[in-house]
Design a protein around this ligand. Sequence first.
Ligand code: HEM
Ligand code: HEM
Length: 150
Amino acid sequence: MKSPKPKSRPTRLPRWQEWSVYATLGALIVTGLLWLGLDEFVRIEGEFGPEHHPGQALSLMLHGIAGYAFLVIGGAMIPVHIKLGWHLRRNRRSGLILSLTCLFLALSAVALYYAGAEGFRSMASLAHWLVGILLVPALLFHVIRGLRGA
Ligand code: HEM
Ligand code: HEM
């Protein structure tokens, strides 16, 4: 039988939730970077000249799926992890930065789905992936601070 969580760390995520966060964010970063790399550097010879590699559309589809999964996992963290950490004033600043980063990514993703104007869309794209890359240090910072505070 698994040992119960220590009472002094009620903010600690259950294992499955911690690993789901790493898995979904990892998938988002890998598929996002793959899309960027293919978009920037790779073209294949098509019937009517150079065209995008088919892996680019596939990576974006997987990225979208990982995005939905992450939002479910992230949402499930609100009632306990985030609420409790906030009230106990533990790891608040880095948690807030991380939450705002995720919120920005989710909102800019909506803009990517629905923005019509080309200028606005490319601005949303640039902001989305730049902030996406910043998610890695934001999460590392939060986890390390959490471990230190434990
Ligand atoms: C204001 C919002 C947040 C607060 C106050 C907060 C608070 C905390 C605290 C106190 C810890 C240390 C847990 C312990 O050792 O007892 C922690 C760790 C952690 N947090 Fe947060 N957090 C917030 C938002 C987030 C968000 C949005 C994510 C994911 C995207 C996240 C993911 C993690 C992970 C993966 C850990 C390390 C695993 C663990 O210690 O359970 N947190 N957080
Ligand atoms: C909360 C986390 C995230 C969510 C919910 C999310 C969601 C999305 C969605 C829905 C799209 C549009 C998919 C489509 O057009 O079919 C997208 C595009 C993209 N995302 Fe994310 N994403 C997240 C994090 C990230 C991260 C961490 C990166 C890291 C590099 C990233 C990079 C990209 C790129 C490069 C695109 C393509 C931009 C374009 O079409 O111009 N995203 N994302």
